[in-house]
Design a protein around this ligand. Structure first.
Ligand code: GAR
Length: 195
């Protein structure tokens, strides 16, 4: 089955959703959870699930490329075939992205192409959007773009705050990312749309 490495920087709820989905006859399996933050909560959750973990602290390197060289070497050491970014909060250089072209997915908490970058929920609320959601896409050199693999939509409530909207979108992320991963591992590239 397809060997998947998951990259994160934080709590890792998307990583947990992905890992917990890869059971039975699933076409992929988790081989490594990698964080740029040694204190990321996701590392313990991965260890508790019996997955190999590692932290590569970006602050220990003189620049982005040295950090990415270490990341790349660690991914190769695990015989990684597919990389899933799951709350990984470092921008990747075009050079690194090229090395994983067609083999790296990302989840983003907005309905791309709306709101690439940060503070997506506050921006959706400020715009008066009545719908929000999340996107899984293939990673290409341009930030938060690349071929669309799936989107899930949620309603915006009149009294939503950025926090309450983020929580609703996160629940949708946990449904969308595993569904897209399974399809991708089976060779499916047409976008999945969830409500
Ligand atoms: C998720 O909402 C994910 O979409 C977002 O960070 C959160 C991570 O939560 N990713 C980005 O903003 C990427 N730029 P998690 O650690 O609980 O999965």
């Amino acid at each position: 089955s397809l060997r998947v490495a998951i990259l994160l920087s934080g709590g890792g709820s998307n990583m947990v959703a992905l890992v917990d989905s890869m059971t039975g006859a699933h076409p992929a399996r988790p081989v490594l959870v990698l964080s740029n933050r040694p204190d990321a909560g996701g590392l313990e959750k991965a260890s508790a699930r019996g997955i190999a973990t590692d932290a590569i602290d970006h602050r220990a390197f003189p620049g982005r490329e040295a950090f990415e060289d270490a990341l790349h070497a660690r991914l190769l050491a695990a015989d990684t075939e597919l990389v899933c970014l799951a709350g990984f909060m470092r921008i990747l250089t075009p050079g690194f992205v090229a090395r994983w072209e067609g083999r790296m997915l990302n989840i983003h908490p907005s309905l791309l192409p709306l709101y690439p970058g940060l503070h997506t929920h506050a921006r959706a609320l400020a715009a008066g959007d009545t719908e929000a959601g999340c996107t899984v896409h293939e990673v290409t050199a341009a930030l938060d773009s690349g071929p669309l693999l799936g989107q899930a939509r949620v309603p915006v409530a009149p009294d939503d705050t950025a926090e309450s909207l983020a929580a609703r979108v996160l629940t949708a992320e946990h449904r969308l990312y595993p569904a897209v991963l399974e399809r991708f591992a089976r060779g499916e590239r047409s976008p999945l749309h969830l409500r």
